[in-house]
Design a protein around this ligand. Structure first.
Ligand code: ADP
Length: 322
């Protein structure tokens, strides 16, 4: 009887919790009786053969570490038909019959293409941005939010002492979820997200003036990466209101750090589920969270879904931050 061999890789931007997902794929894969290989630096490792066999102890002491011990990369070469073919040929040479791809939408497109070239793939959503349309939740999002909240709380101390306004940019690419959740948690006066257009005077200046009249002396404005322009915004606010205003871009600190309980648990469950699907002969699926439950969808259908922004939560934030 030939033993099935699967492999696991992390691809695209790293996210806290990816290690927990890798650990779950490896341990459950071995417990199902499969051989499990690790691929370094995303699809690059498949192209250049940077692949090694993993055992139960290969994933010891990684569940609490941020980043990814398999390393990650963006692979322009893989993103071509020739690259996908070469990766599939290499899988066949190495006896790999299935691959778990932990990453974002771009990585899932790669997984779909690799499946098309004859190597069954399963996607696991790993990105701090929560920008995968098919899944309510992506591994790393909770840790990134908590890091952003901690950082903005620190800014708030100094903003308060100086009666200033802080304009803070948080990550999220084209998705405003990280800004929305962080903005609510830090009590931001205004939250700017790419999904909702804003008016500088009505949504920022007038709100600051109104809250100032009711006794507020310092202000936090949270801006999503997809809106950007925080330096100019800070200058405009200072000019218009006379309140000293500073811009801060949190940047990649949000990508690091020990994963939260939620990220470790979701990553563990998703990683297990991915191994189980490959063991059961499933292919071209992505593991997602829907209605709070972990389920699987066809990758191609998942990639066609459109993200729905939580406008209701945004409206609540708007009402309670005055
Ligand atoms: P993420 O997975 O976080 O969205 P990227 O969009 O950078 O990150 O994608 C990661 C890698 O996935 C790319 O470097 C490339 O190798 C592969 N990839 C992205 N888009 C495609 C595509 N349309 N077809 C095939 N592979 C892709």
């Amino acid at each position: 009887m030939s033993t099935k061999t699967i492999a696991v890789l992390t691809s695209g931007g790293d996210a806290p919790g990816m290690n927990a997902a890798v650990r779950a794929v490896v341990r459950s894969g071995i417990s199902f009786g499969m051989r499990v290989m690790g691929i370094r630096r995303g699809y690059n490792g498949l192209l250049n053969g940077d692949v090694f066999e993993m055992n139960l102890r290969s994933v010891s002491d990684i569940i609490h570490h941020g980043g990814t011990t398999l390393y990650t990369a963006r692979s322009p070469e893989f993103n071509t038909p020739e690259g996908v073919q070469k990766a599939a040929d290499n899988c066949r040479k190495m006896g790999i019959n299935g691959v778990v791809v932990i990453g974002g939408d771009g990585s899932f497109r790669g997984a779909r293409d690799l499946t098309g070239a004859g190597i069954p793939c399963i996607g696991v959503p790993g990105t701090i941005d929560n920008d995968i349309a098919s899944s309510e939740y992506t591994i790393g999002f909770d840790t990134a939010m908590n890091t952003a909240v901690e950082m903005v709380d620190r800014l708030r101390d100094t903003t308060e002492s100086h009666d200033r306004c802080s304009v803070v940019e948080v990550m999220g690419r084209r998705c405003g979820d990280l800004a929305l959740q962080t903005g609510i948690a830090v009590g931001a006066t205004t939250i700017l997200v790419p999904e909702i257009p804003f008016d500088f005077h009505k949504d920022i200046v007038e709100r600051m003036r109104f809250t100032q009249k009711t006794g507020k002396k310092h202000f936090i404005i949270v801006v999503a990466e997809g809106v950007g322009g925080v330096d100019k915004l800070a200058k405009d606010i200072e000019k218009e209101t006379g309140i000293e205003t500073r811009a801060t871009v949190l940047g990649h600190v949000q990508r690091g750090g020990s994963p939260t309980l939620r990220d470790r648990v979701v990553a563990s469950e998703m990683g297990y589920y991915a191994s189980e699907l490959l063991n059961n002969g499933k292919s071209n699926r992505v593991i997602v969270m829907r209605g709070g439950k972990i389920v699987d969808l066809d990758i191609t259908e998942a990639l066609e879904m459109k993200r729905v922004f939580d406008k209701h939560l945004y409206d609540i934030a708007h009402k309670i931050s005055i």
